[in-house]
Design a protein around this ligand. Structure first.
Ligand code: NAD
Length: 372
């Protein structure tokens, strides 16, 4: 067994159907007297419901969170926080709502109660991001990590099928990269395996019956595990590529994760035999076909499988490869601009990663037989 360091990060997690009713009690436990509810535009109904549950300690609803947390949105929210003497935040919604809460906490250290309604996983991480002048700055600060997280599957049944799938594939990507990330350790690998299993097995059932609380619970459980993985270990090529494609080419976050995942796994597969074994076990598939099975899963759930489908322009692939290979970062298989470009070209076309064939850089033919 290899040496490792495992560090826990405190968070109180309340999980289950109807548990959102506990939000007021949880706020009291944190000493809250003036709580601001944060959400996204168009998601006000759920924010109103939350304000009602919180009762007289709720000082308002600020439903202005948007993707990638623009600094202007943060400044406007900070003004509201100062004016109303807010002492605590409740974020209800997906990664964008939690992202705004984290940005406020970065400047104020206010405690956050997060109530996720998608599967993005941000509620379990100390990672914040703020976009200024078109550039997204990210950082890690335990101060921004929600103190309490309430996972209630009843809040996820309204999530449209397409968002459900793509947000869950985003979550799956955290588990998958967590298996070969820097700082990987056996405990986090257990979380990742269980997360992949819960997410991949619940999605087909949710597609058949979107209001079924059992499968919604299972997906949410997987998402909690995936967020924990993301918050505990580093990530690699997949997340870097998605960051570049979202940040510099305006592609939607969850869609990009969904399309890129099979290709990132295909690219890395020959360098991560142990991680591939775990993925295959969790997905119930052959070790030689993990990337292909991830592709099939997205396709069977009617999710996009090519960059072309989600608005990437072919002429931008070269620039994307350049940006993604510019600054060195951890990846189990070495990267070059050329290798990234090849990966992006495959993802652009939406070719299924073939079973048993290694992703070969600089070749017209794929080599048969994976080395495991
Ligand atoms: P999102 O929060 O932008 O939500 C997508 C849309 O879904 C919004 O319009 C929202 O109003 C709607 N929505 C949310 N829940 C709903 C529900 N239950 N029913 C109906 N509609 C609902 O998207 P997301 O995918 O959750 O989050 C993406 C963002 O999170 C990105 O900006 C990403 O960078 C960030 N993120 C951050 C971390 C981190 O650790 N910091 C981790 C993962 C994602």
């Amino acid at each position: 067994m290899e040496n490792f360091i495992y560090e826990t990060q405190a968070a109180r997690v309340i999980f289950g159907t109807g548990m959102v009713a506990q939000v007021r009690e949880e706020l009291f436990a944190l000493g809250a007297k003036k709580t601001l509810v944060l959400s996204t535009p168009g998601h006000e109904k759920i924010a109103n419901d939350m304000a009602e549950l919180i009762g007289d300690i709720c000082v308002g609803i600020h439903a202005k969170a948007i993707q990638h947390v623009p600094i202007e949105v943060v400044e406007e929210a900070l003004k509201v926080v100062r004016e109303r003497k807010v002492d605590s935040l409740v974020s209800v919604g997906g990664g964008s709502s939690i992202g705004l809460a984290k940005a406020i906490a970065l400047y104020t250290s206010l405690p956050i109660v997060a109530i996720p309604t998608t599967y993005a996983g941000s509620e379990m991480t100390p990672v914040w991001g703020i976009t200024e002048n078109g550039l997204k700055k990210t950082g890690t600060d335990l101060e921004v990590k929600p103190k309490t997280v309430i996972y209630d599957p009843t809040l996820t049944v309204t999530l449209p099928k397409s968002l459900t799938v793509m947000s869950a594939m985003n979550s799956m990507a955290h588990c998958i990269e967590g298996l070969y990330a820097p700082k990987v350790n056996p405990i986090i690998s257990l979380f990742a395996e269980e997360g992949i299993k819960a997410i991949s097995s619940s999605l087909p059932d949710i597609m058949k019956a979107p209001s079924d609380l059992n499968s919604r619970s299972k997906a949410l459980y997987g998402c909690w595990l995936s967020g924990t993985v993301l918050g505990s270990v580093g990530m690699a090529l997949h997340h870097k590529l998605c960051h570049v494609l979202g940040g510099s080419f305006g592609l939607q976050h969850a869609e990009t994760h969904t399309v890129i995942l099979p290709y990132a796994v295909w690219y890395n597969a020959s360098s991560i035999p142990e991680a591939i074994k775990i993925m295959a076990r969790a997905l119930g598939t052959d070790e030689k076909d993990v990337a292909g099975i991830l592709f099939d899963l997205s396709k069977s759930l009617n999710a996009p499988t090519s960059l072309a489908e989600i608005g990437m322009k072919e002429q931008d692939l070269d620039r994307a490869a350049e940006l993604a290979s510019k600054n060195p970062y951890y990846n189990p298989r070495p990267i070059t601009k050329q290798s990234i470009k090849q990966l992006l070209e495959s993802a652009f076309k939406g070719e299924r990663p073939p079973k048993g064939m290694e992703f070969q850089v600089g070749a017209d033919h794929w080599m048969l037989d994976m080395p495991f």
